[in-house]
Design a protein around this ligand. Structure first.
Ligand SMILES: Nc1nc2c(ncn2[C@@H]2O[C@H](COP(=O)(O)OP(=O)(O)OP(=O)(O)O)[C@@H](O)[C@H]2O)c(=O)[nH]1
Ligand SMILES: [Mg+2]
Length: 225
């Protein structure tokens, strides 16, 4: 089972090489697709200097958001299962091993990595409770029993993604994918993962407006597709 890793990146010069090194170290058959979203802080130049046949890099001219970058990345994948990896160091790619094991052993299609089940240090107040609210609404609207709906680690079989038409532009990727998986009847399982939250000062780009968009996305896709 080959894993396709999509790394959307925007202005992450401090962490991009560190996370890439970790991603390469994970002992699993994989392809790595980085989508640079018009970075202006030097990330683009760092990526341009990489010459490694294991890594495919797509450069977008202008910044259009994480969701657009992921959709671009999805056009290039050839693996059997897909995961999104942020270009910061909040998530640990070695957690994929547990997730892949779960998919293989239990013969399931979708596994989310839960930061809540993983008993990690909490993010700052707004991010922590914002995440809880999004999880609560997801469970309410889509009949799930998730503990961490907005997790970045959503591992899905490619054949299922092929049946889903995503329209997201920014961070609402998470909610659109969850909503559409559920509307097509897929059960979502969770495994505990580790999480090392960063602050806005350390480069976090998500804001309260993205929380509103997340909630709106959950409501919208309940009624349309
Ligand atoms: N392609 C692209 N990536 C972005 C953009 N904004 C943020 N990212 C990337 O998305 C990832 C997550 O951004 P963060 O700011 O850490 O936000 P987060 O709270 O971890 O976000 P989620 O995991 O998406 O809920 C990082 O790898 C960023 O570089 C953007 O405009 N375009
Ligand atoms: Mg992050």
């Amino acid at each position: 089972m080959k894993l396709s890793v999509i790394i959307p990146v925007y202005n992450e010069k401090r962490t991009i090489l560190k996370i890439l090194k970790k991603v390469l170290e994970v002992p699993v058959e994989k392809e790595i697709i980085i989508v640079d979203d018009g970075s202006t802080d030097g990330t683009k130049e760092i990526l341009q200097s990489i010459n490694d046949e294991r890594i495919k890099i797509i450069f977008k001219e202008k910044n259009e958001g994480k969701g657009t970058a992921i959709r671009e990345g999805l056009k290039h994948i050839t693996g059997d299962i897909v995961v999104i990896q942020d270009a910061d160091l909040e998530y640990n790619p070695f957690d994929w091993l547990k997730m892949i094991e779960f998919i293989k052993e239990k013969k399931v299609d979708v596994v989310f990595g839960s930061r809540i089940l993983g008993k990690n240090k909490k993010s700052s107040f707004v991010f922590h409770y914002g995440g809880k609210l999004v999880t609560f609404l997801t469970n309410l609207l889509y009949g799930t029993k998730l503990t961490d709906a907005p997790t970045c680690y959503k591992m899905v079989k490619k054949e299922i993604l092929d049946r889903i038409n995503l329209k997201c532009k920014r961070f609402e990727f998470c909610q659109e994918l969850t909503a559409k998986l559920r509307k097509r009847g897929y059960k979502i399982y969770e495994v505990p993962i580790s999480y090392n939250p960063r602050s806005i000062r350390e480069g976090k780009k998500i804001r309260w407006k993205d929380g509103i968009e997340a909630i709106w996305t959950l409501i919208k896709y309940k009624f349309i597709d």
